[in-house]
Design a protein around this ligand. Sequence first.
Ligand code: ARG
Length: 480
Amino acid sequence: MTDRSKKPSSKRASRTSAKPSKANPLWGGRFAAGPAAVMERINASIGFDRRLYAQDIRASKAHAAMLAAEGIIAKPDAKAIAAGLDRIEAEIVAGKFEFKVALEDIHMNVEARLFELIGEPARRLHTARSRNDQVATDLKLWVRDAIDGIDAQIKALQAALIHRAEEHAALLMPGFTHMQAAQPITFGHHLLAYVEMLGRDRSRFADARKRMNEIPLGAAALAGTSFPIDRKATAKALGFDRPAANSLDAVSDRDFVVEFLAAASLCAVHLSRLGEEIVLWASPGMGFITLSDAYTTGSSIMPQKRNPDAAELARAKVGRIVGALTSLLIVLKGLPLAYAKDLQEDKEPLFDAADSLSLALAAMEGMIRDLRPNAERMRAAAEAGYSTATDLADWLVRRLSLPFRRAHEVTGKIVRLAEAKGCALADLPLDALRAIEPGIDRAVYDSLGIDSSVASRRSEGGTAPERVRAAANKARERFL
Ligand code: ARG
């Protein structure tokens, strides 16, 4: 296929270079003609940055109030601006606001509407400000809000996990290494492992939130402003700790978005691991859990199917979230100071990642609350695969004072014998055990059951039911 096989596209090209609208009224003084249609399309961000409306309005109100307090604009003008902005917010919330692509982005859409509503004073709002410090401020406010929402969702998932862990603190299941049954554990202990991961996720988000809490507003386009603004006042009004120290950095920094996406990526990785385990547990081969109709789907051809789609999607969302992180890192790489329109490409990946993580968290919480463990299946699997071999080796060390390596070898021989006979360790006759290690006596059988195995793992952070109950209590104190 060569380009020659296609029809000449000059017609389409000339169509896209038509002039659809006149010069933008908010910066059009220097422009005689409007942009090409394709220019408007590549340039406009209103399709997605409308999501910043609440933050944009909040920041504009703080800016106007500061300008009035410093005598840079008149107090009645600031009042009119605030009232107009409130009305715009109500219009947007009510779905009555007309977003215009010709006005590029949320900032100019709001400002243009403000002029329609209040006239002349609207033109004073942009004093000592640029869209560059404006968008950076709006976006930080948005990410901060997103972190608060995500934190609440992770906490809710932790609460569900802790609740189920307490309920199943003594429910036995196999613990795996290499996906091979390794040692018996409790289901509660397994669930609490995820509570720890999610706790670290929350602390990473909190850490990022703390670091990002410097306000860019007041950096203006890139160099600061000649007006006597009070950056501490806007910082305080918008809940920031302090003004960003360097104006060039303030308008071009998107580290905070990267950090959000990095924390989101790791959290999504954790959800994908839990999603994968739910898929495995719910598979007929394992049959450890059942998910209700609420969290499964059927098949249009195979009537017997009950598919764990939500768990699969929670497992898969990590793809787009890590994609968002990669995408933004590459946008930022090699970008010279200060603002460039490249930075507008930060928003879609951010919004998509935040939405995806939020949805995956909600689905995961629902599934954790919904799943029903099948105790018999879990127990049978825990008994299979010589899962108490380590307990036998430990018994040989404790009772016969064998060095652990020697006990390991003896146990290996016993497992080999059981395998050859096709029976469990506890079913081997005492004679057969004594033929391998003469010191063994009847008491050894106490070490071969899975209940005693699990009950004996009382070390800190271990799987013994009493430990799991205490850990769940502690987790409640630490995280909820
Ligand atoms: N829509 C723009 C963005 O998201 C706002 C900033 C535009 N600044 C500018 N100098 N053109 O980045």
